[in-house]
Every structure is written in structure tokens, then in C-alpha cells.
Design a binder for this molecule. Structure first.
Ligand SMILES: NC(=O)C1=CN([C@@H]2O[C@H](COP(=O)(O)OP(=O)(O)OC[C@H]3O[C@@H](n4cnc5c(N)ncnc54)[C@H](O)[C@@H]3O)[C@@H](O)[C@H]2O)C=CC1
Ligand SMILES: O=C(CO)COP(=O)(O)O
Length: 338
């Protein structure tokens, strides 16, 4: 299938980011069909022109329609955008794959690493669909869904090993408010996106404990060092970690009260358990799961990952947020660049 510069895009699914990115795609001139897991969400989008569950009060453009029918969503779509929780992607995509148009390009918006396999989302997509790297791309950057949906200016990275495909997708999502840059460093973008959620959990814990900007800046900076250590060992371009999908997203997520990961961490810092927090929201906080997969990936790679290790311990209830902060400071001293 040839890929025109504008066309039909299928977006799975109608959560916060899938819905917000549909606005970007529609503004860039695409026809967007948003698949919703619950039929009533698809109905509400079509009838009320808003997604009342995930982006209430934001009017969706006419070029966005919604459906609960997988086949209808995928028919004629040359780009398939994936925005489900990372841990359910494999199961979801296995069900959807038979209906994907031959040659369609997959674009992952997800920021997590699969538990157990330790696979990144692009790897899961390749395994489930048989698509080669030239048909698998990711978007990652400082892109809090609500701000993007309000068309506040922001930049991002579209990464694909095939630079022509990255350029094609860049054109498909460049709008007056959204500026995508291309990259061929899929691994660096994905690890930057997944790791910043774990760092945001620890920053949130520091905030929840009542600590100020010295503490959060210290955790953010050491978080970037930890992310870069692992990503570079696995082959990432160091400049990716200094860019929008690394530092940019880390700063946005760790600073913003809109971040679900930072908020999850704040509640842990205030003494709630992970189970209590899960029960209080339907929104995904990827870092609460990916802390374990990233820690395992670091262990497998032989890289020191104290932030992932401590966040995993707090989420699992083996340590309190206060103990985590004390332990960060008490660790064996070393050179900053080690
Ligand atoms: N919200 C944001 O600002 C951004 C989110 N992301 C990433 O996008 C991905 C999706 O996040 P959001 O849309 O924010 O999450 P969300 O929690 O707002 O929505 C999740 C969506 O997935 C669906 N879903 C939940 N469990 C499912 C399951 N078991 N099987 C199939 N579908 C299921 C929900 O119905 C909903 O449509 C995550 O990896 C997140 O890290 C990336 C950039 C920005
Ligand atoms: O990835 C995001 C911003 O770029 C969204 O972060 P949260 O999932 O923590 O809300």
C-alpha cells in the first residue's frame, strides 16, 4: 500500500493521549477514526463531539469520528496509531492485527516496557504483526495530553529506523501547534519515554513528602543519568537523551501536576498504597509497572539503576517513600560521571 501525505489514520484507543493525538492528526489534515473500547465512549464522541471520560470539555474536530468496530476503524487506514496501556498492547494487537491493511505503518504513542519479556513497544508490535522496522515508528516528547488537546505549542520526536517513513509521519502530524522532529533512534526515544515515568514517580514522592526544588532537581538530574546509562549501553544515541524524548519529557512530566505518574508518586509520598491509588483512578500511570521491567532490563544489562530499584520497592510496599529518600542520600558516594 502506498502512503499518501494525508489519508485515513486509525487510532487505538480513545484514552487521554489517543484522543488528544487525534486532534493533532485531524488538524494536520488526516481523516481520523478513533477506536473506543467501550461503545458508549464511541457514541459520546460522535454525538457530543467530546470524549467525556478522558478529555471532557475539549471539542473534537469534524475529521475525528469514533467506533467500537475494529474492522471499520482499520479499513483503508495506512497509519495505525497505538495508544493503549503498554501492558495490554500484546493482547490487544493480537486481536486487531488480522484487520490491519497490508503495508500499513504502526505508530506507537506508548511509554512503557512490557513486564516479563522486557520488550519495548516497538518490539511487541514487530513480534505480533510481523512488520519490519521500516513500518514501526514512535512518537515521544513533552506532550501532556490536556495541553496538546488545548493546542498549546509543543514539540516532539517521530522516530523510525527508516528516515523516509519518519519524515512521512512528521508531515502527517505537523500542525500550527505541534512541531515534530524526526529521529532514527527508536530505542533511545522509547527508553527515554518509559524511564521518565519512573523518575516522575520518585519526584512525586519527594513532593508528597513536602520537599522542595533542590530535592526534585537532584532526583530529575540523577534520573536522567540513570536513563542515559541504560539507554546508551543498549545502543541509544546520547543526544536523544538530551533531547525532547529524554530531558524534555522528563522535565515536563516531573514538573507538571497534570502528570499521572507524578501524581501517583505524590500520593505514595502522602502515605497511600499503590493498591489504594489504583482503586482511585481509571487512568494509567505506566511507571508503576515499568519500574519493575526497567529494573530487570538494567540488571540484565549490568547497569546500576537505583531510582528504578527504589521506586519498584515503594510501589510493591517493601519500602516507604521516606525510606527511599533517606536511602538515596545514604548510598555509597561516588563520582558524578561514574
Ligand atoms: N496522557 C498523556 O499525556 C500521554 C500518555 N502517553 C502514553 O500513552 C499511552 C496511553 O496513555 P493514556 O491515553 O494517557 O491513558 P489513559 O488511561 O488516558 O487511557 C487508556 C486507554 O486504554 C484503554 N484501556 C485500558 N485498559 C485497557 C486494556 N486492558 N485493553 C485495551 N485498552 C485498554 C482505555 O479504555 C483508554 O482508552 C501510555 O503508554 C502513556 O504513557 C504518552 C504521552 C502523553
Ligand atoms: O508522557 C506524558 C507527557 O509527555 C504524560 O505523562 P503521564 O503519563 O505521567 O501523565
Amino acid at each position: 500500500m502506498t502512503t499518501p501525505s494525508r489519508g485515513k489514520v486509525a487510532v487505538f484507543s480513545a484514552g487521554s493521549w489517543g484522543t488528544a493525538f487525534s486532534i493533532v492528526l485531524a488538524d494536520a489534515g488526516n481523516d481520523v477514526v478513533l477506536w473506543a473500547r467501550r461503545p458508549e465512549v464511541a457514541e459520546a464522541i460522535n454525538e457530543r463531539r467530546e470524549n467525556p471520560d478522558y478529555l471532557p470539555g475539549i471539542e473534537l474536530p469534524p475529521a475525528v469520528s469514533a467506533t467500537h468496530d475494529v474492522e471499520k476503524a482499520l479499513h483503508g487506514a495506512d497509519v495505525v496509531v497505538l495508544a493503549t496501556p503498554s501492558q495490554s498492547l500484546r493482547e490487544n494487537l493480537t486481536a486487531w492485527a488480522p484487520y490491519v491493511e497490508p503495508g500499513a505503518v504502526f505508530l506507537s504513542l506508548m511509554k512503557g516496557v512490557e513486564l516479563g519479556t522486557l520488550d519495548r513497544m516497538s518490539e511487541v508490535i514487530g513480534q505480533v504483526t510481523g512488520a519490519g522496522p521500516e513500518r514501526i515508528a514512535v512518537v515521544s516528547g513533552p506532550n501532556l495530553a490536556k495541553e496538546i488537546a488545548r493546542r498549546e505549542p509543543a514539540a516532539s520526536v517521530v522516530a523510525c529506523e527508516d528516515e523516509d517513513v519518519a519524515r512521512m509521519l512528521q508531515q502527517r502530524c505537523h500542525t500550527a501547534a505541534f512541531r515534530p522532529y524526526t529521529s532514527v533512534d527508536v530505542l533511545g526515544c522509547e527508553l527515554g519515554g518509559a524511564y521518565k515515568n519512573v523518575v516522575a514517580l520518585s519526584v512525586g514522592m519527594a513532593v508528597g513528602l513536602g520537599f522542595g526544588d533542590n530535592t526534585t532537581a537532584s532526583v530529575i538530574t540523577r534520573g536522567l543519568a540513570e536513563t542515559a546509562r541504560l539507554a546508551m549501553k543498549l545502543g541509544a544515541n546520547p543526544l536523544t537523551l538530551m533531547g525532547l524524548a529524554g530531558l524534555g519529557d522528563l522535565v515536563a512530566t516531573c514538573s507538571s501536576p497534570l502528570s499521572r505518574n507524578r501524581t501517583f508518586g505524590e500520593r505514595l509520598g502522602q502515605g497511600m498504597s499503590a493498591e489504594e491509588i489504583y482503586a482511585s483512578t481509571r487512568q494509567v500511570a505506566e511507571g508503576a509497572k515499568s519500574c519493575a521491567s526497567l529494573l530487570a532490563l538494567a540488571e540484565r544489562t549490568g547497569v546500576d539503576a537505583p531510582i528504578a530499584e527504589h521506586v519498584d520497592a515503594v510501589v510493591a510496599g517493601r519500602m516507604t517513600a521516606q525510606q527511599m529518600m533517606e536511602s538515596f542520600i545514604a548510598r555509597d558516594t561516588k563520582a558524578e560521571t561514574d
